[in-house]
Design a protein around this ligand. Sequence first.
Ligand code: CMC
Length: 427
Amino acid sequence: MSNKAILEINGQKHEFPTVTGSENEVAIDITSLRAVTNGVTTIDPGFKNTGSCVSEITFLDGEKGILRYRGYSIEDLAEKADFLEVAYLLIFGELPTKEALGKFHADIKSESVVDDDIRKIIDAFPKSAHPMGVLSSLTSALTAFNPSSVNVDSQEDMYKSVVRILGKFPVLVAWAMRKKQGLPLDYGDNTLGYVENVLKMMFKQPNEDYVQNKIIVNALNKLLILHADHEQNCSTSTVRIVGSSHAGLFASISAGISALWGPLHGGANQAVLEMLEAIKADGGDTKKYMAKAKDKSDPFRLMGFGHRVYKNFDPRAKIIKVTADEVLNDLGIEDPILDIAKGLEKEALTDAYFVDRKLYPNVDFYSGIIYRAMGIPVEMFTVMFALGRLPGWIGQWREMRLRKEPIGRPRQIYTGSTQRSFESVAK
Ligand code: CMC
């Protein structure tokens, strides 16, 4: 592949260098474009063709259905790793030694108490509030309770802020759910593993002990790993761009949570389950909903299908589908929703509309079925996605700050009125 690209505009040729990644992805470096063309810019709504950064964290090949964190395949990590190990890998670049992992976990535990005054903020929310809104607000509020800004040039400062958010975030996740259910807000149990602690904080009833279920612990560990990073998706790009103004880590993550909430992004897991429920309530006629999804005059989309980058199976969806089967089987749950999901998938994979557009099940298609089997309420599904995505957001924010990336500030092409003079309303 040539290492330069030539652009001809206004009768002049300009040469631009290319950048090649470690997996041979090629990008045209247009950082000098405006200067050499006297102000010409590019336009690419939705950034479908635009790379916003170079990154060493996650590689994905959407055509081949490959996803790797720091070079390790998602299949390997989901099968063999522990969520905290993966978090460490994503944030710091290498898998931890046993000692480093032990210290990392101990440091996270030492940060797992949130200021008790945060309860007052939670109390001000109505019970009907969506937990993603509550989580985003509380994460932002953490800044007020931990005001010292991170000195990114200090490894110690950076590490401290990383373990702080990893320690406090699961508490907020659990509180967002318990508030809705009218349960007392409690702290976790520092004798437990990270995932076990999350489950206990979420599900412990005030009048009984919480008994861990290995099947549920393993399934949640796997789901969190599968969601942990996905390069420059909408919420991660949000975290990087907010952080690029030198806003703090918690404020940047709070913005990422809001971006994740939308049904075209992380909110799809809730939307999928609601869609499957609606199909079931409507008699289970999957063909009717396939037709709706293909009808351009109908806004309905088959939620959990399609992806900006994957034009092949989402490798995470493959793992989650098998896990859904295993978890339901192991827990002895029969869920007709799973059959409806499998039916829809089968139809879509042979339907010309979906085949032509390369629309395959994505990570959100089967995950809700597992969350439901675990007893997690539908409105909490996207919150669970956020819990998994947290290390990715942190790692990407840290990488952006350490590289001293410039403030994110896209250009536009103005198509509004040209200059006109103001007339006072009295006239
Ligand atoms: N159902 C029906 N048609 C679809 C769907 C769908 N789920 N997804 C895409 N299409 C059609 C779309 O109408 C368009 O058709 P045409 O070429 O005739 O205009 C074509 O496929 C390309 O779609 P697009 O919207 O231009 O593609 P995009 O890359 O901008 O959007 C997407 C990707 C994920 C937003 C979209 O596929 C979608 O809305 N899917 C449903 C929501 C969903 O499952 N989101 C979770 C994404 S994975 C996890 C995550 O990112 O958080």
